[in-house]
Write a protein that binds this ligand. Structure first.
Ligand code: UQ1
Length: 446
């Protein structure tokens, strides 16, 4: 009996505690706790899983499924399915880690533990926060109801709504199609306009384009942050007759009358209500409340307060962050997370060994700006918004090869290499293709 109990305890790697209220609470302790099993969390966990023991590495992730989100735009265009973008979380997490299927509710960075929503306590020596950004459809009045009930309001950002986008497109015969970009940080800032270009191409192929006015409404003061690509995109919008409204923010959706209200962000009292026959909405996004409300860990905007080059927490040296929830001022994309994985892995390993931090993240992000069903502008840039292109030709052109890279090659690379910890972004290929063998990275500061 005693032997059985010991075996059971070892199996759960936990001590089961019974509190006075008879609520069962598991207590776990580990060397590294990875909070979040998305692109960044899963890929970095895979790197650590090669050397740590199964009970030394815990991944805390509530979702049953892991989604390859860069495919959502293609799903919106009807040429890929949600099944292709989805895998079971249990199939993508490293085998050599302990998965706790729960969500972080409370972080105590001073005592180095996290309490989960179910009430379990996880103690850690080191923690990687990789919880991403949440979609806040609820922050725009009328939007949630419109998405659930209306047949012409849609959004590629959620796996629940992405397949609906193509249905809306198929039914779109005439009138006004409006596309939005919210007044908040977002993941993949190119996606709101990618689906606009795909919709334009779809309508042209169907000979319906002349009957539909397309408008891209963005809260930003620019069409794209990097001038080289912005110039190309302005040209594209002009040639395709797509109207662009800058500093224009969706604030209300009336799905009964098919009306959307926009606010002029430069003059907030100025509001304009328009009729739509299609409305594609990108929701405001934010980090989970458990994080944004914890001012020891996060900054004013709710992002994990890390050093932008080392990805180490500004105050707590045993905490790192990666991906969409980190305070690093790069574009939030899977490619950025890929470039960050090796930096986190090597720098955190160095902290564990009492060494100085060896790697520095340069802000690399890549945004394959799909401009229709067969073309793509592959934007790649760094913290200074300077192009940092992999290929030895100017990438501000619409190319079929880049579309194939995005639709066919990248998903394979993601599932097979990145999630197994073997893809650190294209920096090595960039240097080879540009015959650049010297490392120009700035030195890391801790
Ligand atoms: C990339 O590294 C990456 O991460 C997995 C993506 O996310 C899906 C991308 O879309 C792109 C374009 C890159 C960059 C890779 C190359 C080969 C330029």
């Amino acid at each position: 009996m005693v032997v059985l109990r010991i075996l059971y305890r070892n199996f759960r790697i936990s001590e089961r505690r019974f509190s006075a209220t008879s609520v069962n609470r598991d207590k776990y302790s580990c060397k590294i706790l990875v909070v979040g099993g998305g692109a960044g969390g899963c890929s970095t966990a895979a790197k650590f899983a090669r050397t740590l023991k199964k009970n030394e590495l815990i991944v805390l992730e509530p979702s049953e499924y892991h989604y390859y989100q860069p495919l959502f735009t293609i799903i919106g265009g009807g040429t890929s399915t949600i099944q292709e973008a989805r895998r079971k979380e249990s199939d993508v997490l490293p085998k050599n880690c302990t998965w706790i299927k729960d969500k972080a509710a409370l972080y105590d960075p001073d005592k180095s533990f996290v309490t989960t929503e179910k009430g379990d306590v996880i103690e850690y020596d080191y923690m990687l926060i990789a919880v991403g950004l949440e979609l806040r459809y609820d922050l725009i009045p009328g939007l949630q109801e419109a998405l659930d009930k209306s047949s012409n309001v849609c959004s590629i950002y959620s796996p629940k709504y992405a397949p609906q986008v193509f249905e809306v497109l198929k039914n779109l015969k005439d009138g006004a199609a409006h596309f939005t970009f919210p007044n908040s940080p977002v993941k993949c800032p190119g996606a709101p306009q990618k689906i606009c270009y795909i919709s334009d191409h779809y309508l042209r192929k169907q000979n319906r384009r002349d009957n539909v006015n397309i408008t891209y409404n963005t809260s930003l003061p620019v069409i794209f942050g990097v001038k080289k690509y912005a110039d190309a995109l302005w040209k594209l919008c002009k040639s395709r007759n797509i109207d662009v409204n800058l500093r224009t923010n969706l604030v209300n959706v009336n799905s009964v009358n098919n009306e959307a209200t926009f606010q002029n962000l430069d003059n907030p009292d100025e509001k304009k209500t328009v009729k739509f026959s299609m409305l594609h909405v990108v929701p405001p996004m934010a980090t989970p409340l458990s994080l944004s409300s914890n001012k020891k860990i996060s900054n004013e905007a709710g992002f994990v307060n890390v050093h932008k080059h080392t990805l180490q927490h500004i105050v707590y040296p045993n905490i790192f962050s990666i991906g969409d929830c980190a305070s690093t001022p790069n574009s939030k994309t899977a490619a950025a997370a890929a470039a960050q994985t090796e930096v986190v892995f090597r720098n955190l390993s160095a902290v564990m060994n009492g060494q100085s931090l060896p790697l520095s993240y340069d802000g690399y992000a890549s945004c394959p700006l799909v401009t229709g069903y067969d073309k793509c502008i592959l934007a790649e840039f760094d913290y200074n918004l300077n192009p940092l292109e992999t290929f030895p030709f100017d990438q501000d052109k619409e190319l079929r090869s880049m579309y194939i890279l995005k639709k066919i090659f990248m998903p394979q690379l993601y599932w097979n290499l990145m999630l197994n910890g073997y893809w650190n972004g294209p920096a090595l290929f960039r240097r080879i293709m540009h015959l650049q063998f010297m490392d120009k990275k700035p030195p890391a500061k801790s």
